[in-house]
Design a protein around this ligand. Structure first.
Ligand code: NAD
Length: 376
């Protein structure tokens, strides 16, 4: 089996779908790995390191020639994949919900497109979950960016010239990114509070030494919800949440919002009038900016100032940590493909009746085959 690793071409993409460690593991399995020249450059991995790990280096057409599988981070344009075998696998973050035309293009090209972000949230697939691995790094980076923008220090400092009080950080949405944001803000010495609609997060907030701030008058989502995901809340809940936020936010220096609802625009958690109650110099990092934003006035990829408060419309923050983000992404891909490695055929064999395969497989045999896409 020949595996091609592409150099990313999407604007702003810094990550690479392989690292020398995963190249070595693939070759140990019996695969041949071809890496496009310069693929690891932005992630601080030199071509020579890939070579040492057992890969060959070449141009895009060299690596695609006769490839059985193509690994990428951001889904490439279908026209740029000529030369691969007709039914080759294409695995990466293909963004099927927003790039339907590109997915149709993969089908037309005969490729078997596998969207890693649609990995089912089951225990067996945890090590293959790119959403978790990238959100974790993004949650860390959101706090570092907030600290960099904030004109005050995070930890309490008792100095001869007087005491500096600790920064107050409020994290809204306690999924993978939110949990890492809480942990990072705690490490920097901030006083941290956090909220979510899923009641299961209360314990997690407490276990990180932060203060849970929850709507008490209306029931939230009990248990893990649908696969750990939140749903849209009732008007009654939203009203109670807005009141809770209004009371809390004026006392905060930093707010990190991470709330997402799959398949829906991000829920609006902070209104302009609420921002106006914050102290000038406060910082809000809206990690949901790409999905429409949790904060009124957010612009994705930009910093804007409203009422003296800086709103950071965070884009894909994992891209700003390319070395670590690539390492985790590459391992997610390796864990996925190696789980379906057939030692006799020396190739990846994806069984039709497997829950993981059904989740990620978008196209096959010239058609779009994923139920979620068919429904859309
Ligand atoms: P996410 O990115 O979809 O959303 C981020 C957080 O925002 C969630 O915690 C969500 O409940 C919260 N949220 C949504 N609407 C909100 C609102 N109106 N107000 C406040 N908060 C709101 O979530 P995620 O980071 O992908 O993780 C969600 C859960 O799934 C976690 O419990 C995580 O541990 C679990 N998970 C399990 C697996 C697995 O088992 N393989 C993999 C990944 C995540």
């Amino acid at each position: 089996m020949k595996i091609a690793v592409l150099k990313e071409t999407a604007a702003g993409e810094t990550r690479c779908a392989a690292i020398p460690e995963t190249v070595k593991k693939f070759t140990t399995l019996g695969a041949e790995v071809a890496v496009e020249r310069g693929a690891g450059e932005a992630a601080s991995v030199a071509d020579t390191e890939f070579e040492t790990a057992g890969a060959t280096i070449g141009s895009r057409s060299d690596v695609l020639k006769g490839a059985d599988a193509i690994l990428c981070v951001t889904g490439p344009e279908p026209a740029s994949l000529k030369g691969a075998r007709k039914d080759a696998l294409l695995a990466g973050a293909l963004d099927p919900a927003r790039r339907r035309d590109v997915i149709d293009g993969y089908a037309k090209a005969g490729l078997e497109a596998l969207a890693m972000e649609w990995m089912p949230r089951i225990t067996r697939a945890q090590s293959m979950d790119i959403l978790s691995s990238q959100s974790n790094l993004a949650g860390y980076k959101a706090v570092v960016e907030a600290a960099d923008t904030f004109g005050r220090a995070f930890p309490m400092m008792m100095t001869a010239a007087g005491t500096i009080s600790p920064a107050k950080v409020f994290v809204m949405g306690v999924g993978v990114a939110g949990l890492q944001a809480i942990a990072t803000a705690k490490r920097l010495g901030a006083q941290v509070s956090a909220t979510d609609v899923r009641s299961a997060t209360r314990e997690q907030i407490l276990s990180l030494g932060a203060k849970p701030i929850f709507v008490e008058s209306v029931a939230g989502i009990e248990g893990e919800g649908t696969g750990g995901y939140a749903t849209e809340m009732s008007a009654e809940y939203q009203k109670a949440q807005a009141e809770l936020v209004s009371g809390h936010i004026a006392k905060q220096d930093i707010v990190i919002t991470t709330a997402l609802i799959p398949g829906k625009p991000a829920p609006r958690l902070i209104r302009d009038a609420q921002l106006a109650t914050m102290r000038p110099g406060s910082v809000v990092v809206d990690m949901a900016a790409d999905a429409g934003g949790n904060v009124e006035g957010t612009i994705a990829g930009k910093n804007v100032e409203k009422h003296g408060v800086t709103i950071i419309g965070a884009g894909n923050l994992a891209r700003s940590l390319p070395a670590d983000a690539s390492a985790l992404f590459a391992r997610n891909l390796y864990n996925f493909l190696s789980a379906f490695w057939d030692a006799d055929k020396k190739a990846v064999v994806l069984p039709d009746d497997d829950e993981i395969v059904q989740g990620v497989r978008l196209t096959r045999g010239g058609k779009v085959v994923n139920e979620r896409l068919a429904a859309a």
